[in-house]
Design a protein around this ligand. Structure first.
Ligand SMILES: NC(=O)C1=CN([C@@H]2O[C@H](COP(=O)(O)OP(=O)(O)OC[C@H]3O[C@@H](n4cnc5c(N)ncnc54)[C@H](OP(=O)(O)O)[C@@H]3O)[C@@H](O)[C@H]2O)C=CC1
Ligand SMILES: O=CCCC(=O)O
Length: 292
């Protein structure tokens, strides 16, 4: 099966690599061309533009940073729209808002193509291990066609109905995650400042009702001050911003998420946007480990 893949950042690289390793023929494109090299070493072909990739492949997947990137890759010259036609599908797995996704869907379908949004839960490691949770919405037939690829990239796929529902579900999930990360950071600092061992706090949390993989994975590295990016903080703040806009649209009060968004903005202002989102800890942290 020939699949196109646009966007080889942290997630796109891992996801397209998995497709290659499982026998898919993959044609890749990335704005910064050098990021294609490693994929080529594993058998990928490079398309010169998004349009060239779409022209070559029955369906094309995109994994791009934000709404501006998702729109640029579709609407700019030599973009997806210049290659799409009847019989071809476009699957955008980037985390964007429903307005962006709807705009892309309308443009693709106006040219006879089919569209699916399919943002994912799970980060770098689940992407490498094919353990993502896929939140698809849009054209059901394209969803069914893409299941073999989804089964490789993910551990579970949901079909959530019309375009927009996948984007909204993803924003709700990441809004909860970003708020939790801030509460967790405050807890680590409170433990430390009140004379408790943060490592013991991790052990206690892990045995109780709020035990979860995020605290288990991020806690030890946060204590070390290691923020090597799996999920860049600038993307988490983008998701908080988009989730708050969704709350605004639906008149849902979200004071906790709003405060969390401010903390992520503060972290960006401290130059931490390209670090892992757990670096939001630095906005409350006073004790610095000697290794940082
Ligand atoms: N990392 C994670 O844990 C997760 C991320 N996500 C979401 O997945 C998406 C990708 O995330 P991730 O891989 O971490 O991000 P990265 O920042 O690592 O990669 C972003 C990608 O978008 C491309 N890009 C950015 N701007 C443009 C543009 N204007 N035109 C064309 N391409 C552009 C980049 O190209 P270039 O290389 O040239 O900069 C790169 O390929 C985001 O929407 C994110 O929110 C979802 C789940 C988990
Ligand atoms: O969008 C990023 C999500 C990261 C995760 O689910 O661990």
């Amino acid at each position: 099966m020939e699949v196109g893949f646009l966007g080889l950042g942290i997630m796109g690289k891992a996801m397209s690599m998995n497709l290659l390793k499982h026998g898919f023929k993959v044609t890749v494109w990335n704005r910064t061309l050098s990021k294609c090299d490693e994929l080529v070493e594993h058998g990928a072909t490079v398309g010169e533009t998004p349009a060239a990739v779409v022209k070559k492949c029955k369906y094309t997947i995109a994994m791009l940073s934000d709404p501006a990137a998702a729109l640029a890759v579709v609407f700019e010259k030599d973009g997806v729209l210049d290659g799409i036609c009847s019989g071809k599908g476009y699957i955008d797995m980037s985390t964007v808002d429903d307005e962006t996704s709807t705009k892309i869907s309308e443009a693709i379908t106006a040219k006879g193509g089919s569209f699916l949004e399919a943002p994912v839960s799970g980060s770098k490691k689940p992407a490498e291990d094919g353990q993502l949770v896929i939140l698809a919405a849009g054209e059901k037939a394209l969803y069914e066609e893409a299941i073999p690829a989804f089964d490789i990239m993910g551990k579970k796929s949901f079909f959530l109905g019309p375009v927009g529902n996948g984007a909204k579900m993803k924003l709700v999930v990441n809004m909860v995650m970003g708020s939790m990360m801030n509460a967790f950071s405050e807890g680590l600092e409170l433990a430390d400042k009140s004379g408790l061992d943060p490592q013991t706090l991790l052990a206690v949390l892990d045995l109780g009702a709020i035990s979860n993989p995020m605290f288990r994975l991020k806690g030890p590295t946060m204590i070390q001050g290691n923020y090597s990016p799996a999920f860049p903080l600038k993307h988490q703040q983008k998701d908080m911003r988009l989730a708050l806009a969704l709350g605004d649209e639906n008149a849902v009060p979200m004071p906790v998420a709003a405060a969390a968004n401010e903390a992520f903005k503060k972290a960006r202002s401290m130059g931490l946007g390209d670090k892992d989102f757990s670096a939001v800890y630095e906005t409350v942290r006073q004790f610095k480990p000697s290794s940082s």
